[in-house]
Design a protein around this ligand. Structure first.
Ligand code: MF3
Ligand code: CO
Ligand code: CO
Length: 267
């Protein structure tokens, strides 16, 4: 199956969905404190999406997923199920992954949060997960092979002393949640997909403080590190432009910080 090249009209809709998805990650930040449950954070996100933004939370009911967001704490790699029983405590690190559907188009993104103060190693892990995503964003432009993303992300991550999860990857997205291409975060011969203007996909490396291996829990969703080391992930959705990419889910805090920009011009 060919990877669709999105029209300007579709990009306008995707940009809107992505802005709403990124707004949820900003909205929830002040609620993240010791003592709050991940179930409550999910409920706040759910109500904001449905009642304020009037969007559809894409995760809710997706292949039977029971909640509006994925919230992955500490050794949880991805697809953590929010729960009233899971209370945040000082030093926890967590990823909240939000995907919305607006007018039939998807916006998907995630980021890490730190509860109070955490140890240096977890701080470094969270920082490296963000930079791993940014390293990926800096290689994309028309004519570049898709597997250059994984090469760059893996090289950076391993140089920091962390490992890259193999089982989950970025993905094409648009009027479907998950489609081709699979965007690996490690180097592999991928059959030679070459990036073209108008392709839309996510980059969302999961990196572990310890070994790369993961285990699926008995609930059928929660993925943990096999060695129970901590894991971190950031995700952006992008569209390939003439000379780089547009980071469709960029947040204002990131634009101010200046390590990435909405319109990345890549050498
Ligand atoms: N948002 C996740 C992703 O980045 C997918 C979550 S699927 C769910 O691709 F069913 F677990 F919600
Ligand atoms: Co995604
Ligand atoms: Co996501």
């Amino acid at each position: 199956m060919a990877i669709p090249l999105r029209t300007e009209e579709e990009i306008v809709k995707l940009r809107e969905a992505c802005k709403l998805a990124s707004d949820v990650l900003v909205m929830i930040e002040p609620y993240i404190k010791a003592g709050v449950s991940t179930g409550e954070l999910d409920r706040i996100c759910h109500d904001y999406m449905v009642n304020v933004q009037k969007v559809i939370p894409a995760c809710l009911g997706y292949h039977g997923f029971p909640k509006a967001t994925c919230i992955s704490l500490n050794e949880v790699v991805c697809h953590g199920i929010p729960s009233e029983d899971k209370l945040l405590k000082d030093g926890d690190i967590l990823n909240i992954d939000v995907t919305v559907i607006k007018d039939g188009y998807y916006g998907d993104n995630s980021k890490m949060y730190i509860v109070g103060n955490t140890n240096i190693r977890s701080q470094k892990l969270v920082e490296a997960a963000q930079e791993a995503l940014y390293v990926g964003l800096r290689v994309v432009k028309p004519g570049v092979r898709l597997n250059e993303i994984g090469r760059a992300v893996q090289q950076y991550t391993e140089a920091q002393g962390f490992s890259v999860v193999r089982e989950y990857c970025g993905h094409g997205i648009g009027d479907q949640f998950h489609s081709e291409p699979q965007v690996l975060h490690y180097y592999s011969d991928d059959g030679g997909v070459v990036l073209k203007k108008g392709m839309v996909f996510t980059i969302e490396p999961m990196i572990n403080a310890g070994k790369k291996e993961v285990r699926l829990m008995g609930d059928g969703w929660t993925v943990k590190t096999k060695d129970r080391s901590h894991s971190a992930q950031f995700e952006h959705q992008i569209v390939i432009t003439d000379d780089g990419c547009e980071v469709m889910t960029i947040r204002e805090e990131e634009e101010k910080e200046g390590r990435i920009s909405r319109f990345m011009v890549n050498a």
